[in-house]
Design a protein around this ligand. Sequence first.
Ligand SMILES: *Cc1c(COP(=O)(O)O)cnc(C)c1O
Length: 386
Amino acid sequence: MLDRSAGEMPFLEVVEPERGADVPPVARAVRRLAPYDPTTSLGHILAHPDRTPFKLDWNEATIPPSPKVLEAIARFLGNSHHLNWYPELYSHSLLAPLGDYLGVPADHVLVTNGSDDALALVCNTFLNPADEVVVPMPTYTHFLVFAQAKGGKIVNVRYDDPFEPQVERILHAISPRTKVVYLVSPNNPTGSVFLPEEVERILDHAPHAVVIVDEAYHEFYGQSVVDLVRTRPNLVVTRTFSKSFGMAGLRIGYLAAMPELVGELKRLFNPKSVNVLGQIAARAALADRDYLRDYVAEVTAAKPLVVDFLRAHGIPARTTPANYILFRPEDARVFCRQLASVGVYVRDRSTIPQCEGYIRMSIGTVAQMREVMARMETVLAPHSGW
Ligand SMILES: *Cc1c(COP(=O)(O)O)cnc(C)c1O
């Protein structure tokens, strides 16, 4: 039977594995995990090809990647040999452009198959069974799977107000058995951030543990702690091309850490895990920073428009420094369904402890969000007439 007591994973949708044929027993730590069945709108969207969908449920970009990315991929595909060869090992030629983008030397960078792969790599490399993993909640749930699959014991940290980090509580949760600390900044879904001095306090307090700062939404926020990897041997910063660069389907992310730490991660790292199209696309995307900057500016301008719109309709709403907002309609489940009926797909987060009642919605360009607001208006109209 499922034993989920090893850590709190209250918001993964649980599906029982198929029963019947006797397959060999899985590892003890894995046995405790329920298969992850995240709800996605993709099936619904494909079933309604007649309607322009607004896929705002997974924090992806709402526009395609730079045209230069598409050109680079097309040019590459013109040489058919490239697909029967393995990709460049370690994405070697991406290291210098990424180091330049991050402001750290190239030997501080490791390119991974999405940043999820970087999170899993840290867990797989550092965790022994029963090691403690300190995680402020609520957080990005997929990390918990990687930690628990290695037998890690999740130590949840809760703040009085989930939108206001209490660093003292994190420090208090760190013990000699702590092996990994997972900080998301800006946090998904709350949007809370850690200041560099707060991260430094945590690094000082846990010299025996790897402190991960997940900066998946960095480009929308603008701030980073990545320069600390030059001097801090226990810091790993993870980033991705999935969000602001609009390349979630290509699965490419990276981490930055001291070369000694990168060296330890390479013991287990598969140097051909990043696909060749992702490598090509990432190189082209880094060369078109104007496109990135313009998209971030659009999202930044659109966020307050949507928040003000919701508040004007009597719906409490919160902005974040990332590309999503949170809002609390009267009934989140009903409202999600109503929005889906007009082709607007959002994420119901209302069952997450301390986020009760909230919906998370990705924000796109101003023009796109004007259309989204017009569609929301049709759902809200019955209540707004008086
Ligand atoms: C979306 C997301 C990721 C996953 O990014 P990939 O690079 O697509 O694997 C990682 N961390 C957080 C906090 C996210 O929201």
